[in-house]
Design a protein around this ligand. Structure first.
Ligand code: F6R
Length: 610
């Protein structure tokens, strides 16, 4: 999983490439490289480590070239090193290639190439590509790349340049994301829109097996077999400022604070003015299908799976339809029982997560219809699904997901309400109560962020000194506890675990000793007393208990060392507010420990390998 960027036009390519790579670093940041064709020569510079290392290395040699490609890497084949960094070249240095994905048959291809005398410099799968292009080049780069693409198995978004044809970049996509940006006298390519958003909002999202040839003045789209295609141009309405840090210390903090707006955007046009109806015409799922559904299967990874976990509770409660919930990486291997009466719901911020995509394909193969909940228009998951509901969170750059999660919660709530209204299981009074509360949620989220940030910072300073933290809750609170623990551990590296509050006594209670922090979520009125009993169990072992409750609950505070009160909302919507202090807790604990919040170790934003 890596980020790629390319430019051809009339301006110096290097600054545009570096700037694009900065936006793509979330996709991988163990090394970076660029290639620029200048004075008839393909010049390559690459460096292990952060992009800043590469910036320190590139010099005046590169300053005039107006065509170039760049890459930021997250290692799969071959450890991070200067040599394994992209771009990779052939034996002559004429051809340069950047690649995001995995070439599954590279071992066989490499053997044959070596038998024909090709000398490899790196341990990467990618390096076979420039050598293959070298072998098949007969004076036409497009022909050679077309030939090579047909030989590759696996996932790839790749861009190829040849120093003898400095007027074009050839790009191919198969199972890894690739967008083309259209400019005036210049064109761009990138793994993701934010990398080129500053330059253009007109993009083409390449589909599987498509090939694009970029020149200064044109973009030609064909299949890999050479069949001409008419590009679908999307006008992206993201504000370029949204993809910048906007004065915040980290993207994560900025994105935490963008949540009220993201919640609002995700609700716009989807609830009736009188708060009685959920309206989702853009989804396209026929009402008849909703009425006859016998089962839903919600499948996702990481944070998105935690949103799906909430979705399971809500859909079963509001629409009375049984819901299975699975982690995508496990789904295919349990021979899931899905058929045409099942609605498979894939949740994915990026819309590119390989495990989710594979699970979705398996469900489709078995006859299920797929609804995608995703944040990225034109992403693979959106394209392959039968129906799509977008979360309008805007670009999420920080590796740790925040605003995508809350907008996923909003979206699964809308879906649950809509299904319940279509199949008649949801009483009109209940629907109105929930929708009315939904409407208030973004102002309440803003209130939580404004009033809790400082006190949470103080608690975070305590947590930052600990090595283990436990999160407990029941029902929806357990679902939020799962997300709270993931946020904390992925960015602060503090060991954290979430337990259904009633489960702790079945083993894990043995780990609770003096001063161990336990974050206790207690937002569900009918379970409050039971959760308080579980809080007492950990307090009896001298745990340091931080409660999250809802205004009006006078009990929780008597059983906690600290307590944070959320504004009153419908109990089914409490997860949206309850996660906010947990995100801030994770953020401030991580910064107190000096962690690199936006780029946690070993992780990358978009996980396009299984
Ligand atoms: C954690 C996080 C990940 C993602 C997961 C799925 O903060 O962001 O757990 O949620 O990798 O990614 P998407 O939603 O893009 O499929």
């Amino acid at each position: 999983m890596c980020g790629i960027v390319g430019y051809i036009g009339h301006k110096p390519a290097l600054p545009i490439l570096i700037e694009g790579l900065k936006k793509l670093e979330y996709r991988g940041y163990d090394s970076a490289g660029v290639a620029v064709i200048q004075s008839g020569t393909a010049r390559v510079e690459k460096s292990q480590g952060r992009l800043a290392n590469l910036e320190g290395k590139v010099n005046g040699d590169f300053s005039d070239g107006v065509i170039g490609i760049g890459h930021t890497r997250w290692a799969t084949h071959g450890r991070p090193s200067d040599t394994n960094s992209h771009p990779h070249s052939d034996c002559t240095g004429k051809f340069v290639v950047i690649h995001n994905g995995i070439i599954e048959n590279y071992v066989q291809l490499k053997e044959v190439l070596q038998q024909h005398g090709h000398v490899f410099k790196s341990q990467t799968d990618t390096e076979v590509i420039p050598h293959l292009v070298e072998s098949y080049y007969k004076g036409d780069l497009v022909d050679a790349v077309r030939h090579v693409a047909k030989m590759l198995r696996g996932a790839y978004a790749l861009a190829v340049m040849c120093q003898d044809e400095p007027d074009k970049i050839v790009a191919v996509k198969e199972a890894s994301p690739l967008v083309i940006g259209l400019g005036e006298g210049e064109n761009f390519l990138a793994s993701d829109i934010p990398a080129i958003l500053k330059h253009t909002r007109r993009v083409i999202a390449l589909e599987e097996g498509q090939m694009a040839v970029l020149t200064r003045d044109s973009v030609t789209l064909t299949t890999v077999d050479g069949e001409p295609l008419t590009p679908k141009i999307i006008d992206v309405n993201w504000d370029p400022g949204q993809a910048e840090r906007g004065g915040y210390a980290h993207f994560m903090l900025k994105e935490i604070h963008e949540q009220p707006q993201a919640i609002r955007d995700t609700l716009i046009g989807r609830i009736s003015d009188d708060n009685t109806q959920v309206i989702l015409p853009e989804m396209g799922l026929p009402a008849e299908k909703a009425r006859t559904l016998r089962k839903l299967a919600i499948v996702a990874c990481g944070t998105a799976s935690h949103a799906g976990f909430v979705g399971r509770y809500l859909i079963e409660k509001l629409a009375g339809i049984p819901v299975e919930w699975d982690i995508a990486s496990e789904y295919r291997y349990r021979d899931p029982m899905v058929d045409s009466d099942t609605l498979f719901v894939a949740i994915s911020q990026s819309g590119e997560t390989a495990d989710t995509l594979a699970a979705m394909r398996e469900a489709k193969r078995k006859g299920a219809k797929v609804l995608a909940i995703t944040n990225v228009v034109g992403s693979s998951i959106a394209r392959e699904a039968d129906w799509v509901l977008y979360t309008w969170a805007g670009p999420e750059i920080a590796v740790a997901s925040t605003k995508a999660y809350t907008t996923q919660l909003i979206t699964v709530t809308l879906l649950a309400l809509w299904l319940g209204q279509q199949n008649g299981r949801l009483a009109a009074t209940d629907a109105k109560e929930i929708i009315t509360s939904l409407r208030d949620l973004y102002t309440q989220a803003a209130y939580v962020l404004e009033h809790m940030e400082e006190p949470i910072k103080e608690v975070a300073a305590q947590i930052a000194r600990k090595e283990d933290v436990f999160f407990i809750g029941r029902n929806l609170d357990y679902a939020v506890a799962l997300e709270g623990q993931l946020k904390l551990k992925e960015i602060s590296y503090i060991h954290a675990e979430a337990y259904a509050a009633g489960e702790l006594k079945h083993g894990t209670l043995a780990l609770i000793t003096r001063g161990v922090p336990v974050i206790a979520l207690n937002t569900q009125p009918e379970l409050a007393e039971k959760t308080i009993s579980n809080i007492q169990e950990v307090r009896a072992r001298d745990a340091y208990v931080i409660g999250i409750a809802v205004e009006g609950d006078d009990h929780t505070k008597h059983h906690c060392d600290e307590v944070f009160y959320l504004p009153r909302c419908h109990k089914l919507l409490a997860p949206v507010l309850a996660v906010l202090p947990l995100q801030m807790l994770a953020y401030y604990a991580a910064t107190a420990r000096g962690a690199d919040v936006d780029k946690p170790r070993n992780l990358a934003k978009s996980v396009t390998v299984e």
